[in-house]
Design a binder for this molecule. Structure first.
Ligand code: C2O
Ligand code: CU
Length: 477
């Protein structure tokens, strides 16, 4: 079966927003897609990996003419891809060379609250901090982005976002492309508006429902092409935009196979011709170019705007077949007694809230014990007409999607997720458990909604090791 549906409610697509900024076809000459290098560990042993991640400001040649002032991790824009191997002890020195405080949020990493990098763990300009944790989670595409409250959106817009890849032994034996940079690449989907002298101006473009720009930027490249030299290509798609949804499809309605979602492989590969990603969601897809010959150009579109080209070169035949089962979910069982936690996402613009409240760093909104499982029922009370899809994200955990309004989740919502688009007037039920203690945020991942207060926080206690958590407030930041 090949799905050719975006699944989300069409009336809630961002194209209907009052402030919608349509993508425009770029008139710059095609540029080779920037494929971020893998970040070199400072040191790696059989058991440990050591990295240094530096948030820095710089300039990047994105368009012909003047360079754009940008921020990035270990480079001037976005960052190098950070690889964690499951089972290893990881030590990351995070350093802040920016003129303002930032945090290092590991979106999708299964770690305790003090490592997670939410707003209670600032790193001040000129300072650094060492994060030590064990990587123990399935292979997946995660990401690192800034998360200081309330300037997450602006810092991400400046460029503080990069791909993080977790590898494990299970994924390593599947017949999947994994030659990084050749047939396995991150694809970070963002959009920007370029002002005079090729500069970004977050404040000029500000919109409380999410900042957008008319120019698609992929891995920091405008109008990119990628040279395809293998029959199969694995794209680790990440919606790294502040607000934009991507509705992706290829020329010729070329079908592709989704193999992974946010936090793991999907239980089964699923074939699509169309795929919608909401902010912060990831999808790993494998595209098979067997029907093309050298010289062909395969185009990736979002809605009907071409955003990237795949230039086909000679490649060897690849008959590898994926198994029907990619991943087995091993999640806590739900019983009649499993507690249900209901939360409501409401509003648009400045009115956004969770449970009718704006985010407050000094208020704990929920508690759950580490290791215990609860059902979270999350409702988006926006109107079906004129409302929007809010991408709901939780730190510190993965969830399993149980249902949408009592109906089956979308076919690619198997496996572990940490972000889910919720349609107006819809309730999704999630099975949620935490493996680590700490204070964790949950929020809408339209980043201006998050900064605008559509965020709350949960305290997760380890019953065996009770601890006191330190909450920052806006004034002590
Ligand atoms: Cu991707 Cu709270 O963030
Ligand atoms: Cu929202």
């Amino acid at each position: 079966q090949v799905y050719n549906d975006y699944f989300f409610y069409e009336p809630a697509f961002n194209t209907h927003d009052g402030g919608y900024v349509p993508l425009e076809v770029s008139d710059v000459a095609p540029q080779k897609l920037r494929v971020p290098e893998l970040l070199k560990p400072d040191r790696e042993t059989d058991t440990d990996m050591y990295y240094t991640v530096i948030a820095q400001a710089g300039e990047t040649n994105i368009l012909p003419g003047k360079p754009t002032k940008t921020w990035g991790y270990n480079q001037s824009l976005l960052g190098k891809t950070i690889l964690f191997k499951r089972g290893k002890n990881i030590h990351v020195t995070v350093k802040n060379e920016l003129p303002e405080l930032t945090t290092y949020h590991w979106h999708g990493l299964s770690v305790s609250g003090d490592i997670d990098g939410g707003c209670h763990t600032p790193v001040y300009p000129g300072e650094s901090k060492v994060l030590n944790f064990k990587c123990d989670q399935p292979a997946a595409t995660l990401w690192l982005h800034a998360h200081p409250c309330p300037s997450t959106a602006e810092q991400v817009w400046h460029g503080l976002a990069t791909a993080v890849v977790v590898k494990d032994e299970h994924e390593a034996i599947l017949p999947l492309p994994r030659n990084y940079g050749v047939d396995d690449i991150p694809v970070i989907l963002q959009d920007r508006r370029f002002h005079e002298d090729n500069q970004w101006d977050y404040h000029a473009d500000y919109d409380p429902d999410g900042v957008q720009g008319p120019t698609a930027m992929i891995n920091g490249t405008i109008n990119p092409y990628f040279d395809v030299t293998t029959q199969k290509l694995r794209l680790r798609l990440l919606d790294g935009a502040n607000r934009r949804e991507w509705r992706l499809h290829f020329s010729d309605d070329l079908k592709f196979t989704q193999i992974a979602g946010d936090g793991s492989l999907l239980t089964h590969p699923v074939q699509f011709t169309h795929l919608m990603l909401t902010c912060a969601e990831r999808a790993e897809i494998v595209v098979d170019f067997s029907g093309y010959k050298p010289g062909d150009d395969v185009i990736l579109y979002s809605d009907d705007v071409p955003i990237m080209h795949f230039r086909i070169h000679e490649f060897e035949k690849d008959d590898s077949k994926l198994p029907d089962t990619l991943f087995t979910m091993d999640t806590p069982a739900v019983t009649k007694n499993t507690p249900v936690h209901h939360i409501v996402m409401s509003g648009m613009d400045e009115e956004v809230a969770i449970d009718d409240k704006k985010f407050n760093m000094e208020r704990i909104d929920a508690k759950q014990e580490m290791g215990s499982c609860e059902i979270w029922e999350v409702t988006n009370t926006n109107d079906c007409e004129g409302g929007m899809v809010h991408p709901y994200h939780m730190h510190g955990c993965f969830f399993e999607v149980l249902d949408r309004d009592g109906k089956k989740p979308y076919p690619n919502e198997t496996g572990l997720k940490d972000t889910i688009g919720i349609n107006p007037n819809e309730t999704v039920r999630l099975k949620v458990w935490f493996d680590h203690p700490g204070i964790f945020m949950y929020h809408c991942h339209i980043i201006e909604h998050e900064d605008g207060g559509m965020m709350a926080q949960i305290q997760v206690d380890d019953p065996k090791h009770p601890q006191k958590f330190h909450l920052m407030d806006m004034d002590t930041l």
